[in-house]
Design a protein around this ligand. Structure first.
Ligand SMILES: NC(=O)c1ccc[n+]([C@@H]2O[C@H](COP(=O)([O-])OP(=O)(O)OC[C@H]3O[C@@H](n4cnc5c(N)ncnc54)[C@H](OP(=O)(O)O)[C@@H]3O)[C@@H](O)[C@H]2O)c1
Length: 331
């Protein structure tokens, strides 16, 4: 198993560590947290033994472990991943890996120079259900005529925002907002299934904090459009759809996909059989470890290419909506 350090001690890190246990891929050896108490309680909750704790990021990255999983607020990914790479660590960084394409380019180049891997943790594209969508799209690609993708979920942190607290994901300081938090999944859908889009435009409902609470995004392809709805300030129960002329593939959701149906011209709707693992991070943990263990550069380059396009589209989209992050001024 590959030794693992983690940055960020929220529920998502716990889910990732559980995925690495379930898949027997990585073994947690080091935890970084801003506070020792949080690090220790994280380790205790997972019932782990012999895990080192650090509250200093510089010394943490000098410790002897192979790969770091970074799940901190978005704007911190860049400096933390950069430091990790400089110290020779392989990096798995939560989506979106960077706030700007410039940051992405720097990390990409540095990882290449240092001979380490950098993975963007876009969990859903590794899941069997997504692979099934790829098979269906490939089979009917000649008739592909567009998509409507939706991922809109009322965030409990929106309540905190309305109460005047400043949750990270609702701030420009931490590169938050609906597009970067949830839209990133839908952009991955489009990029992996349909390739790199041409024109990108985003119309956002911008909150007083300066981030987008929700919005609609259009990705233009030569022969069709992909229309996307994202939001963190309301709940949507709309299904997502990929169009093939008269036929339609229905996804119950574009970011957290649990069910697929096929609808034909006669309105016959049939279930598309798929499987879904209980922990949605199992598949990515397995895939990242496999790529590293087998040094599968073909698969790695493909993932890196997707991540590069997605990070570029994110930046194009928010620029078109006039969304500015503090990270824009930092580079
Ligand atoms: N793949 C998925 O399904 C999924 C789901 C949720 C989130 N995510 C991604 O995971 C990342 C973290 O999201 P989150 O909602 O967990 O974020 P968060 O709660 O704001 O912060 C995550 C962790 O970062 C540290 N942190 C918080 N505020 C900080 C600050 N001001 N300065 C330095 N460190 C700070 C905290 O760890 P310590 O207190 O221990 O330092 C905290 O546990 C994001 O990139 C998000 O997009 C992915």
């Amino acid at each position: 198993m590959i030794s693992l350090g983690i940055v960020g001690t929220n529920w998502i890190t716990e889910q990732f560590v559980k995925a690495t246990d379930e898949t027997k891929t990585f073994s947690l050896t080091h935890v970084y947290s801003r506070t020792e108490i949080k690090a220790k309680s994280f380790i205790e909750d997972l019932n782990k033994k012999n895990v080192n704790v650090s509250t200093d990021l510089n010394s943490f990255f000098k410790e002897n472990f192979n790969t770091v999983y970074i799940a901190s607020p978005n704007s911190l990914h860049f400096s933390q991943a950069k430091l990790a790479i400089e110290n020779g660590k392989n990096v798995i960084v939560e989506k979106p890996s960077t706030s700007t394409i410039e940051e992405f380019t720097i990390l990409d180049k540095l990882a290449h120079e240092k001979g380490v891997y950098i993975f963007e943790a876009a969990r859903h594209i590794h899941e069997p259900i997504f692979k099934k969508i790829q098979i269906v799209v490939d089979k009917h690609r000649d008739n592909l005529s567009g998509a409507t993708l939706s991922y809109m979920k009322y965030s409990s942190r929106y309540d905190a925002y309305l109460e005047g607290k400043n949750p990270n994901v609702f701030t420009t300081k931490f590169s938050g907002g609906a597009l970067y938090d949830l839209g990133v999944y839908t952009i991955y859908d489009a990029v992996v299934l349909f390739g790199r889009p041409g024109k990108v435009s985003y119309e956002a409902e911008i909150l007083d904090s300066g981030i987008d609470g929700s919005g609609t995004l259009t990705l233009k392809y030569p022969k069709f459009d992909v229309n996307i709805i994202v939001g963190k300030t309301k709940n949507s129960y709309m299904s997502s759809e990929i169009y093939f002329g008269r036929d339609t593939l229905l996804l119950d959701n574009a970011g957290d996909i649990n069910h697929l149906d096929w609808a034909d011209d006669n309105k016959n709707i049939t279930d598309v059989p798929t499987s879904k693992s209980e922990n949605p991070m199992d598949s990515e943990a397995k895939e990242f470890a496999r790529i590293m263990n087998e040094n599968d550069t073909v698969s790695y380059d493909k993932l890196l290419k997707y991540a590069r396009i997605v990070n570029r589209v994110l930046e194009q989209a928010r620029t078109s909506a006039g969304l500015v992050f503090e990270a824009d001024e930092e580079n």
